[in-house]
Design a binder for this molecule. Structure first.
Ligand code: NIG
Ligand code: FE
Length: 412
């Protein structure tokens, strides 16, 4: 299908001109074209520029953007979108003063979602996740990373990874799969923690690699969860099998997780609410992306990751939702932009770069998606606003007007 989008008020390209990721002051450069047109050929962007600066073949379908704003689709590079059940009871407990850790220690938290997820069939899990992906897409997200991690047994983790991989084939959204078997210790191994890690390495990882069920591996490297040694063991084995490491790092305590992630060449270290000087120094000398999750701090009333400092230190920053039933029950990347601007002191430009191009880089996909440039996949979103800054400014509402995914206009 061939398509022209004309009469665009602001075409926010986030162009990187071949760079994998943006850092420092580059994150403020959105490379906006005003009064623009965009040409799409079989799902690929083939031309863009000021209105009438190039000719449009007659047989092309036309979208009149009516002077509105166009952005690259958001790349949500960290979610836990496949799960069953919900935890509004914990939300209410936190409102009364209980902390996330206290609730987890009392048997809630990840293990409560594990019980609901183990009890669900793959079909039920896919149905729930499909609806969530629909809503994410409607809110402007065109690529979503999804982690397993609520199964925590070989069978249940395979069920989750199969569901994620089937969604990848069946849903319009691009899906990237991550194995997070090391999300928590399942109750049957609470006294045999090292045995769980050994089984994960000796049985789960080889099986997943053989069936190509996950591109990435992730570990909740945290006090009371997986320690540095166990995390390193998992990352080394996963790398040997061809998977790319990511980490949940420095969320609740700074215990060396960021430093380990950098040392193991993780593509990203995510969370960073407790990041300290040693972690910042490690990131500065690396190509690892710092992925911050503004919604998680907002929802749990935890400290925010020092995203402003990271950008000023020339460390590439990505923003993702961390969508999950415990610590972040919101899938709107538009909302994440608002929180990043108001609570982390990012400019709207920096937040948009972090949520598009740098998110794509955190999935190793920034040569294909994350910006509106010739040769890239045509994942573009039209917003019913006249100025891109209006999107984070007028928050808590969905400004998406139309979505073009792989060059196809989606109707909702
Ligand atoms: O990224 N911290 C670990 N995992 C999730 C929360 C999972 C849950 O509470 O269900 C996170 O915040
Ligand atoms: Fe997470």
């Amino acid at each position: 299908m061939n398509l022209v989008i004309k009469n665009i008020g602001q075409l926010v390209t986030v162009a990187s001109h071949g760079a994998r990721v943006k850092r420092g002051s580059e994150m403020r450069e959105l490379h906006i074209v005003e009064h623009a047109s965009l040409l799409i050929n079989n799902g690929i962007i083939t031309q863009l520029g000021a209105e009438n600066s190039f000719s449009v073949p007659e047989e092309f379908d036309v979208i009149d953007a009516e002077g509105k704003v166009v952005l690259p689709g958001f790349v949500d590079s960290h979610t836990h979108a496949v799960f069953a059940g919900s935890r509004e009871n914990e939300f209410a407990m936190r409102a009364e003063g209980k902390t996330y850790q206290e609730i987890a220690e009392a048997g809630g938290g990840i293990l409560s979602t594990m019980n609901a997820t183990r009890a669900a069939t793959k079909k039920e899990l896919k149905k729930l996740a499909n609806r969530r992906l629909d809503a994410m897409l409607r809110n402007g997200t065109t690529t979503v990373e999804i982690k397993s991690g609520y199964g925590l047994s070989p069978e249940a983790e395979m069920k989750l990874l199969e569901a994620i991989n089937e969604l990848k084939e069946e849903h319009y959204v691009n899906v990237a799969a991550t194995f997070l078997g090391a999300h928590a210790f399942p109750p049957e191994f609470s006294d045999w923690k090292q045995e769980y890690v050994d089984r994960l390495c000796d049985f789960m990882l080889p099986h997943i690699a053989e069936r190509k069920l996950a591109t990435f591996v992730d570990v909740f490297c945290e006090t009371g969860y997986f320690n540095l040694k166990q995390t390193e063991q998992i990352l080394l084995e996963a790398k040997r099998l061809g998977m790319i490491p990511k980490l949940h790092a420095d969320q609740l305590t700074a215990m060396g997780a960021v430093e380990l992630g950098v040392q193991q060449n993780a593509v990203s270290v995510d969370h960073l609410e407790q990041l300290n000087e040693s972690g910042i120094a490690a990131l500065k000398n690396s190509s690892t992306i710092a992925t911050v999750l503004p919604g998680c701090s907002f929802f749990l009333n935890h400290p925010y990751a020092p995203a402003r400092r990271l950008i000023d230190e020339q460390i590439p920053v990505a923003i993702a939702t961390d969508f999950n039933p415990g610590s972040q029950m919101c899938f709107s990347m538009q909302m994440m932009l608002t929180i990043a601007c108001t609570q982390m002191h990012l400019s709207p430009e920096e937040a948009i770069t972090a949520a598009t191009l740098n998110g794509a880089a955190a999935l190793g996909l920034s040569s294909e998606i994350g910006s509106i440039e010739i040769g890239k996949q045509a994942d573009v979103v039209l917003y019913d606003v006249k100025d891109y800054r209006y999107i984070p400014y007028h928050y808590g509402t969905n400004h998406v007007w139309k979505i073009v995914k792989n060059g196809v206009v989606l109707e909702f």
